[in-house]
Write a protein that binds this ligand. Structure first.
Ligand code: HGY
Ligand code: MN
Ligand code: MN
Length: 415
């Protein structure tokens, strides 16, 4: 009895069907949490799970659990999964590759008829992306006990709908919101296949990455209050230009990241809202995001302190007021050495070269790792592109990653 190799045609079919649930098909893939395309995609993926003999359930925040029952279902289960929601104008693999690989791995294990003690559960985590409510990893954050119902009532989308209201409107039972979280020991292991979203594997010509650390992201919302005035009539020395103050902060954070002692420090400004956003008006207000990440929490925080000192000087030199609001400040997550070893041995047995690496991108595994041992398998991203319609990963590479995943799941479920 062996686990047969994954079928890239299955992976292709499910990914392409998933991609039809898309609110902006002219520009890649956009599937925002609990919008019509995402709700339809959830229905479709649950059907696929049931078709493969998995028993499907959801919790009060919409995390989907699809169970392949083991011989000893009372033991803490082994999980694999990822997300199906996307950023705006995204690609079709970020998250979805891991969900589909999980379904295919479960199918292979079931068909192999190899007995496994622990349940194997394929998970779709709710809202890994911060696209709708501004906060990432909502489902896995709630699982880790870092998102309460009170916070879900306060999290609002651009239309002013709270996460709690949206959940209630979709029929989720909020009286059970406290049952979402897991304690240490309740999940034996959680592994996730994901596209790399960078160019390391491709540059090394390798098909598999094994993630040893997931960098922790900090998201800040910065507001600069200056003085809206005439772009022609206001002398340069009398201006309090909010956008140019924002620009100085953006360039400063880039400089700090580039000269950091850690090779994994990254930072950017991705979202800027200029008020009044008119070509002949000096902006009076600018609200923008700062995304700062590192595999080393201390180094990240030293950078943030330096940046805050810089903004204090800027308030004086430019006569503006700067407010900084922290949205999340997540710790990096280390993978479990035992699971890494299982994946390494599986690669060696299958004669597949691999590279151990840090993930600059965050993933649900970062949150799940707060209550369960985790590890991740990366598959290559073409030209390192992601969060972009041009995102691409070969189906054969996902199938290869799925073989390692299936092997690891089977070993862990018999541990
Ligand atoms: O931003 C991230 O790291 C993830 O892809 N959402
Ligand atoms: Mn993403
Ligand atoms: Mn992702």
């Amino acid at each position: 009895m062996i686990v047969k190799p994954a079928q890239s045609s299955n992976i292709k079919n499910i990914l392409e069907k998933l991609n039809t649930f898309n609110s902006d098909p002219e520009n890649g893939t956009t599937r925002v949490l609990f919008t019509e395309p995402e709700v339809e995609a959830r229905k479709y993926i649950k059907e696929e799970m049931k078709k493969n003999g998995l028993v499907v359930r959801e919790d009060s925040i919409g995390n989907i659990f699809a169970t392949l029952e083991g011989t000893d279902p009372d033991l803490p289960p082994v999980w694999t999964g990822s997300h199906i929601d996307t950023v705006l104008k995204a690609g079709m693999f970020d998250g979805m590759a891991g969900v589909v690989a999980g379904i295919e791995a479960a199918r292979l294990i079931k068909e192999s008829k190899i007995p496994h003690k622990r349940n194997i559960e394929v998970i779709v985590y709710t809202s890994e992306e911060p696209t709708r409510f501004g906060l990432s990893c909502l489902g896995s954050r709630a699982m880790a006990g870092y998102l309460s119902l009170e916070q879900a009532k306060r999290l609002k989308d651009k239309q002013g709908n709270s996460l709690a209201e949206v959940l209630e409107g979709l029929g989720y039972d909020l009286s059970k919101f406290d049952e979402i979280s897991f304690k240490k020991g309740e999940v034996f292991a959680a592994v996730e296949l994901h596209i790399e979203q960078g160019a390391v594997l491709e540059s090394m010509g390798l098909p598999i990455g094994i993630v040893d650390t997931i960098s922790g992201p900090t998201k800040l919302e910065v507001s600069v209050y200056g003085k809206q005035s005439h772009a022609g009539g206001t002398p340069m020395n009398l201006r309090h230009d909010a956008f140019l103050a924002c620009s100085e902060i953006a360039l400063k954070v880039e400089k700090l990241a580039k000269k950091s002692s850690s090779k994994d420090t990254v930072a950017t400004v991705g979202l800027v809202n200029v008020i009044p956003n008119a070509s002949n008006v000096i902006s009076g207000e600018v609200h923008f995001s700062l995304d700062i990440r590192d595999s080393d929490y201390e180094v990240k925080h030293k950078l943030i302190e330096e940046l805050k000192d810089f903004t204090k000087q800027l308030e004086k030199s430019r006569g503006v007021t700067i407010k900084i609001r922290q949205i999340n400040d997540d710790l990096p997550t280390k993978s479990d050495d035992r699971i890494i070893e299982i994946f390494e041995n599986s690669c060696k047995e299958k004669n597949i070269s691999y590279h151990k690496m840090v993930s600059g991108a965050f993933h649900d595994s970062m949150m799940v790792g707060k209550f369960a041992p985790i590890a991740m398998i990366f598959v290559p991203s073409k030209d390192g592109i992601s969060h972009n319609p041009a995102e691409w990963t070969d189906y054969d590479d996902i199938a290869k990653g799925t073989d390692i995943l299936a092997d690891g799941l089977l070993k862990l479920s018999n541990d």
